[in-house]
Design a protein around this ligand. Structure first.
Ligand SMILES: C[S@@+](CC[C@H](N)C(=O)[O-])C[C@H]1O[C@@H](n2cnc3c(N)ncnc32)[C@H](O)[C@@H]1O
Ligand code: SF4
Length: 467
């Protein structure tokens, strides 16, 4: 499908929306926006082979809106109109309707915060105005209700430490992360630089009187580091915080010695990610782990009283609904504190894109529906949600918790309610100004080699950013 518009700033979003409808290379859409004072008209020409149709949608936009709000409202309207016409012509309803490029829960929360709607109207507005499916609208509503721990305070910050190194590369992954074998000789220097950046962060925190609330070490696979290397990093961090999470992820990197070090440094939560319990899929996606390693790592983690999260992915190559159900059922037997259900995203940077694997998305919606159903039946509640580009059928990732085991860092980073100070290669720092409703971002360089070479520049930039 090709789309063109006379308002260039809409183009990417309109293209993203068209992509979600799948492969219709024979369709051409031409959009023009016309304006007369407060009255706007969106005109579309829809062409498919011999068929040529015209559509016009008019709406009013109050002059009292700020330029920023007016711009975002117009963008929303034009997307809604394009969605209506495509959905009608192709007889396809998308799970998230016309919503693209937004975090659905943050979007709904902002509608309430901006005074556009009352909170009890969230499901109704999402379905009626944005064509979101009733089940997804209800999910957003449930999640917002479970996010009650959010505190918007410009003085509270989270610390994110990035370890972009993995034991080996999984076929579906597009994260920037190096295989350990390729960077082995640079790891100690990387940690030296990380520690240097952490020292700078400590000075910033002191100067700004920030209160560190949560710490998250992610990647990559931080547990690919040795126990001694983990000890070296965590020995630099002495904040009294609510939670410290280490995204171990790959069970084949987890040892008792490493968990002891994490425990010694008050780490509260780790992840051990099966992705699937089907070992032939694991082989297919190049994820070098065995189910027994998940079980061993999980036992060791529970013995040490860690809160455990487990990630799974729906739509992995070769998997049908039956295999996915078995993975979910195994997870429910293990009963970890958190379960995050991802929908496969086939990204450009992933090896999967150019592999021989066939992606079959026919069962993926049933997989996601099944996960929501059984998790709910077993006492799990959804607490954060995000969508990425190229996810099968435009579906989503949802984090579930049982009892009270919410990971606040996940909520705060997804909802963008708190400042996050990111350290390490590829880490992104965010400064949230809640009163001004403004978020500034600053990324570090992505690759380990560049980070080591440019560490002093990263530190100077960071000092300037948090001035
Ligand atoms: C930062 S990643 C990796 C964490 C850890 N290295 C691991 O592999 O277990 C966090 C999660 O994102 C999910 N993920 C990564 N790539 C994905 C993709 N292409 N599609 C869907 N989920 C993906 C996986 O479930 C993964 O556990
Ligand atoms: S999924 Fe995890 S272990 Fe696999 S390549 Fe991506 S970050 Fe590394």
């Amino acid at each position: 499908m090709t789309v063109s518009t006379n308002v260039e700033e809409y183009l990417t979003e309109l293209q993203d929306l068209c992509k979600l409808f799948g492969e219709y290379s024979d369709i051409t859409i031409t959009h023009t926006e016309e304006r007369n004072d407060e009255n706007y008209v969106d005109r579309f020409i829809y062409e498919r082979g011999e068929v040529k149709k015209q559509f016009a949608y008019s709406y009013k936009l109050s002059k009292t809106l700020s330029p920023l709000r007016a711009k975002s409202y117009r963008k929303r309207m034009v997307k809604n109109h394009l969605y209506s016409l495509l959905s009608k012509e192709l007889k396809v309803n998308l799970p998230w309707g016309s919503l693209t490029g937004v975090r659905p829960t943050k979007f709904a929360r902002d509608l309430v915060a901006n005074g556009e709607i009352k909170d009890y109207l969230i499901p109704e507005i999402l379905t009626k105005d944005y064509f979101v499916s009733p089940s997804r609208a209800k999910l957003v509503d449930r999640i917002i209700k479970h996010q009650k721990g959010i505190i918007q305070n410009d003085n509270m910050v989270d610390l994110y430490i990035n370890i972009p190194i993995c034991p080996s590369r999984c076929l579906y992954c597009s994260f920037i992360s190096s295989e350990m074998a390729m960077v082995q000789d640079k790891v100690e220097t990387y940690i030296d630089c990380l520690i240097k950046e952490i020292q700078c962060v400590k000075e910033i925190i002191k100067k700004k009187s920030y209160i560190v609330r949560n710490i998250y070490m992610g990647g990559g696979t931080p547990s690919v580091l040795t126990a001694q290397q983990l000890d070296r990093i965590f020995s630099q961090i002495h904040f009294s915080v609510d939670e410290i999470t280490v995204e171990c992820g790959r069970p084949d990197t987890i040892t008792a010695k490493k968990l002891d070090v994490l425990k010694k440094h008050n780490v509260t939560r780790i992840s051990i990610n099966p992705q699937t319990f089907c070992e032939s899929t694991l082989k297919r996606i190049g994820r070098k782990q065995k189910n027994v390693q998940v079980l061993d790592a999980y036992t060791m983690a529970l013995e040490r009283d860690f809160v455990v999260n487990m990630d799974v992915i729906a739509g992995l190559p070769g998997e049908k609904l039956g295999i996915f159900k078995r993975t979910m059922n195994t997870l429910l037997e293990l009963c970890p504190h958190n379960i995050t259900v991802h929908t496969l995203s086939v990204k450009n940077g992933a090896l999967l894109r150019n592999s021989q694997e066939v992606i079959d998305d026919r069962d993926v919606e049933s997989m996601i529906d099944y996960s929501e159903k059984v998790l709910t039946e077993n006492g799990y509640k959804p607490y954060y949600l995000y969508r990425q580009k190229n996810q099968l059928k435009g579906l989503e990732n949802v984090g579930y918790f049982r009892d009270n085991y919410i990971c606040m860092f996940n909520v705060e980073s997804m909802e963008e309610t708190n400042t996050i100070i990111g350290v390490g290669a590829g880490a992104i720092s965010k400064r949230v100004f809640n009163i001004e409703k403004k978020i500034d971002r600053q990324p570090n360089v992505k690759f380990i080699e560049d980070y080591i070479e440019r560490i002093d520049e990263m530190i100077e930039r960071k000092k300037e950013f948090y001035k």
